[in-house]
Each structure stands twice: as C-alpha cells, then as structure tokens.
Design a protein around this ligand. Sequence first.
Ligand code: PEP
Ligand code: MN
Length: 342
Amino acid sequence: MIIVMQLGATQEQVDAVAHVIKNLGHEPLVLPGEDRVAIGIPDSLGQDERIRFEAILSAMEGVSKVTQTSRPYKLASREFHPQSTTVRVRDVAIGPGTFTVFGGPCSVESYDQFLGAARMVQAAGAKVLRGGAFKPRTSPYSFQGLALEGLKIIKQVSDETGLVTVSEVMSGDMVSVVAEYVDILQIGARSMQNFPLLIEAGRSMKPIFLKRGPSATIDEFLLAAEYVLSQGNPNVILCERGVVPIDRSYTRNTLDLASVPVLKEYCQLPVVVDPSHGTGVAKYVQPMALASMVAGADGVMVEMHPDPREALSDGSQALTPKQFEALMDQIRGLAGYLELSL
Ligand code: PEP
Ligand code: MN
C-alpha cells in the first residue's frame, strides 16, 4: 500500500501519517519524490486490513490518495523506489548512465591463470574481475573450485591490479568468509531461492550480484532480491543469465533479453546480462552482449580465459583474450552511441 501525500503537504502531516501506520502495527517507509512525498507500507496486508487502513489513512489531512500496490515485491519495486539504484563499489558505479563489464574466467584455477586473465581484462578496459572459487557443478566429479585457496588468489590479484572482484558464495555459513576476500558476492542461479543464503548475504551489507534461477519467473526473481533488500542492504545487482531452454541442442540456456526492459520497468535495481551462461557458446557471446546493451542493461558479465581449451570449467563459452578485446572495442563504440560511460 502506498499513501501519496498532497502537493505541499507539511512535514507534520507526513509525520502524522507515519505515526498512525506505526500504531497500526506496520513500519512506514517514507519515499521522498520530486514534488510530493509518498509513504509505503511494505508488509503484505490482508483484505480486511487493506480496507480498514485505506479508510483511516485517506481521511487524514494532507493525504491525496491511497493506492494498493500491484506487485508481491515491495522494496524491489519501482512503485516504492521510483529512482534507479546505482551500486557503488570502490571506483565503479553500476547503474544508469554507465555500462559495466564484468570479465574473467569461470573458475579461479591458479594464481598465474587468474593474474593473467585479470591483466587481459584490465588491459581491454573492463572494470570488474570475475572468477569462481566455489563452483556449483552438476556432477560431483567435475572440478569444484579451489575454495579458500581460490579466495586468497582473488584477493591477491585484486590487490595487485586494483580491479573490483565478484565471486560466488554457495551457502549462508560461508558468507562472512567470502566477504573477507571479494568486493561483490555472487549468488548463483541454482542458489537464487536459498533463502537462508539470501538473508545472510543481505546482512553482510556487501553488494550482491543475484543471478536469475534457471526456471525462475520475474516475480520469483524479484522476491529473491526482496529477501536481500529486506535485511537493509539496498545494493543488489540483478543478473539475467538465461532460463531453461526448450531446445538444448544449440544453446545451453535461453537468454531472456526481454527480461531486461521488464526488470527495468518494474524494479529500480541495476540489471546485468550474462551472455556466456545464457548461450553456452563462445561465438554467440558477442552478439548477445551487444544486444543486451541495446536492450537497456547496465552491464554484461562475460567469461574469458587465457586459453579456453585448457579451462577447467565452461571452456566452450569462454572468449579468448583477443575475442574479449574485440568485444570491448565494440562495446566502447556502442556505448558512445548510447551515451553510456564505461
Ligand atoms: C557462474 O557465473 O560461474 C555460474 C555458475 O553461473 P550460473 O549460476 O548463472 O550458472
Ligand atoms: Mn561458468
């Protein structure tokens, strides 16, 4: 429910409405707007409560109208947050007017491999370095990541290059450990509805890179973001990484690029597209990365590897350093046209 105040409503009138909401047992969320203030009630209200609250609040002085929110998510809704969020991590701003490239290998494999990849990512002009230390693999026999050793490599390489880093955390009890070593915590697609993990990640107050579940609807995706936001952590980046395809013979997932304008319309959070997992095929990454920019994404996450043939995971979708550099050149060109800073 959102209570929209009249143009020129006084601070006392706003305070009075907030006070009444508190007395009714709910936490008011004051939303300052361009020309008028609105006050939100993020909690879900039952039918009877809604009718009663509407009658009480719409009769108060300074209130223009009381509207029911149409979506199940609140803190992740533009109705509550009309202004787009910019997530700031050291010198990197992810949000409107910018386009951020997250580049790096699927997995951290060794210090040399990761430093090599980082130098190439940096030389090509990308700002954020990715690399998994804990890998969610379909088979328990596949490479599972270097775990703590991988985190230490990420930190060391970040210290040496100055690059902002992102890496996956797979369980709630590992959040504080991963948060010590990386700048942005990634929640993988398979973990999107691991609710204890979402809560711990929210509590860490670190920026969270939240990937869409392989079968998640937009509402489920935004409700997962809501779990993080409801811990008082506003710094969530949404990542579209493709959904379960009807045909796996050509691509690994179906990259849902239409989700970009949809997410941007209904939610204030930045949206980043991952065309690497979205297609699973290196040669399709470039066209989908450029299409993401045109669709309105705030960035892309692209897997690259110093030598994709040697990669311990996801080699078939990794760009070579040359391909990554060529993609960055095209992104720069398109960014100029779209008036986005890199
Ligand atoms: C990854 O980014 O390395 C990864 C495992 O992605 P996803 O969770 O989207 O499959
Ligand atoms: Mn991968």
